[in-house]
Design a protein around this ligand. Sequence first.
Ligand SMILES: [Zn+2]
Length: 479
Amino acid sequence: MAYMNRELRNLVEEMDRTFKLPRDWNKFLFQIEKNHNIILKNKGSYYCTNCQNTFEIKTKVKVTHMYKCPFCKKKLQIRSNKLKHLTYRDNVMIIDKCNNELILRVFEMESIYNPNRQEFEHSTVEYARKLIEKDFRELRNERITPGMTSFSVNHYMTENGKWRLYDGWWQGADNIGYLYKNNIKNVLNGTKYERSRLWDFVRNQYDEGYDAKRLFYVANSEMFETLVELKLYNLAFVAECFHKAGSFKKIFGIGKDYYEFMKKNDITYEELKVLRIYPTKNIKELRFLRKYSNSIDEINRYMSLDKFIRYFKSNNLSDARLYLDYLKFAEKLGIDLKNKRYLFPENLKEMHDEYEKQIETAKQKKLANEILKRARMLKRNIFKNKTFIIFPAESVQALIDESAQQNNCVRTYAEEYAKGNCDIYFMRYVKNQKVSLVTVEVKENKVVQKRIKNNEKTTSTQNKFLKLWEEKILNKIAV
Ligand SMILES: [Zn+2]
């Protein structure tokens, strides 16, 4: 725990003296508690722990799936009625102010299942306060017990205990959870957020998952207020991506006639990016394309996007990467993509695999040809004395064979060898030319590697032969 200066100590005292919770706070908590419930399954009958009604479901619903109770309309998880232990924990937050300092008060709601009564027992206690304008510095009270990877909040103490400044960068209290809405406008009055419309951004305080730190961050952006006012909430959440640029078109990169469409569907930034490339007022199309937003430029190279959509939808496809690979293979193989049979194959996966195989085969063939050419060229360097002979590797197969005999990795040199980046020779006994002896790599007429079996070193007789070969043949010095 860090040292607190006088100003901070005063703030803590002042908070304890003045902080109150709104009149409807308990009502607010009560509504959230309803989410901490389950539907108990007992064979074909279902019991809602929220509204205590029993009902039947025609089609079976599995345990752990979510289901909307037909009585209270809450979407709750289905659990077995033999369940013994279950605990829900959620953050509940409220924005407050003290000494002109904006404070985020963080509570934990804990709901523990009681199997005897088949109901949850709820408790909500405050455990952290964050100084919003000081980068959410955290004050925490004695309810927090730090653990190895997270902390726990004690719900059984009657008092919060002392507030202390927490300065660890790990295990900070979360700023995400339910956010009380009704006081936001008031509390922000007189602060730099008084025109931010942050209170309008929080549309439903019974939705979990408001990220308070993120919200105050984007509320500082010049466009936040405007985006909220336009009811483009998902875009407001990334308000820093927009700038006051004059016209609608300049700000959003798309004409104003799309505004109603954007608002109605509360489009996200990802969707907007697609919309700029592919203007449509069909949200299904847009959301379909969003999944492929990284491939749109590439797809556009081959066809219009609506053709792509039609093809994928009518063939029930989902893998754009596979399709793009297919198109590239087809292009390489010189297949006529103007022909619809090839541009939109009926069995994409099969065709993709077939073309991939063809390309691989062609590649191997090319490699084999190139190695043959190289070997022909290097034949002039064949050299022998009474004991040894050295000759170039003649084929891919010869390289594989050498690798197997010598237990080395020369086969992986095939491509480099084919390209002429290195020369590969085999040195063997004249009398036993089928059996490997020394694998030799030459670069710029110099022996750079000479390896006998298991990558061991060559003997002095072998070295002498290689030296002579290097001088007499590779460097053509008359001896
Ligand atoms: Zn219910």
